[in-house]
Design a protein around this ligand. Structure first.
Ligand SMILES: [Zn+2]
Length: 177
């Protein structure tokens, strides 16, 4: 009986050691995905949060906007919405008018989707791991209405090295006055 307890205790110590080692290894390993952004975010709490029912969203958005923003759809590449250069201005969320991206941070990624190297500010968007379509990607969501915007990848230009790949359909361009 005592032997069993000792064996269990030894086993528990080993398990603890392995967990500690795993933790260490996780810290040392190159953080390919998590270096991009904090993936373990919850929907941010903010005083101007926009919460609507599905029916309200359907009434406010076009079917295409609804499909992308509320149902995590993806527009076809090169569909042209907000893809071309438009001069200085800001891109807003079609769901809630939150300022998301600046025209100055837009670049031609050649992918067929509007691409930005960073959001207007870090609190404008939040992130979630997306494991659909047999891939692991990082989903970008609007922090005010939790609408799906696109995905972020770490093959963007310096200095951020990030590519915010956004569905132009859910962006509203407001030129600088
Ligand atoms: Zn929004």
């Amino acid at each position: 009986m005592n032997g069993t307890i000792i064996a269990l205790a030894a086993c528990a110590a080993t398990v603890a050691g392995v967990i500690a080692l795993a933790g260490q290894a996780a810290q040392d390993a190159p953080k390919k995905e998590t270096s991009v952004v904090n993936l373990d975010m919850q929907s941010p709490q903010r005083p101007d949060k926009v919460v609507r029912t599905d029916e309200e969203w359907k009434a406010r958005l076009t079917p295409e906007q609804y499909k992308i923003l509320r149902n995590k759809g993806t527009e076809p590449p090169f569909c042209g919405v907000n893809l071309e250069k438009k001069g200085p201005g800001t891109y807003l969320c079609v769901g809630c008018d939150l300022e998301l991206f600046r025209a100055g941070n837009k670049f031609d990624s050649g992918t067929g989707w509007p691409s930005f190297c960073e959001p207007v500010d870090k609190d404008a968007v939040w992130y979630k791991t997306d494991r659909t379509h047999f891939m692991t990607r990082t989903e970008i969501l609007c922090s005010r209405c939790d609408g799906h915007l696109g995905h972020v990848f770490d093959d963007g230009p310096p200095p951020s090295g990030l590519r915010y790949c956004i569905n132009g359909t859910v962006l509203k361009f407001v030129p600088e006055k």
